[in-house]
Design a protein. Structure first.
Length: 107
């Protein structure tokens, strides 16, 4: 499943009954590489895979892992950025004396 979707509670409960599986105490229906996780309000289930989630946080922060992905697929979580991956420029401004400065210097 490439793009998980959010599902109604009654639909997930019916799916669990059909498959003969139980929704765990913390509100997760584990289907292997796909999990259905109950929302905090309890009115829906988010579809979660290692690569995507249907929760609002994942929609607002594309390309980043949400808390559901980090919790249920920790091995797929992105590693922290290293110094070589920083977006900060390596070079700086050079002052009139040839030394590094904080910005352009007018003479």
């Amino acid at each position: 499943m490439e793009t998980p979707t959010t599902h109604r509670t009654d639909a997930v409960e019916a799916l669990a009954a059909y498959l003969g599986k139980e929704i765990s105490g913390d509100g997760v229906l584990d289907l292997g590489s796909f999990k259905l996780v109950r929302s905090n309000k309890g009115d829906a289930f988010y579809g979660v895979t290692a690569k995507a989630c249907s929760c609002p946080s994942a929609a607002y922060r594309p390309g980043q892992t949400c808390k559901h992905q980090r919790r249920y697929f920790p091995q797929a979580a992105k590693p922290a950025a290293t110094a070589s991956e920083s977006i900060r420029p390596a070079a700086g401004w050079i002052g009139p004396d040839g030394q590094r400065a904080n910005g352009p210097v007018e003479a």
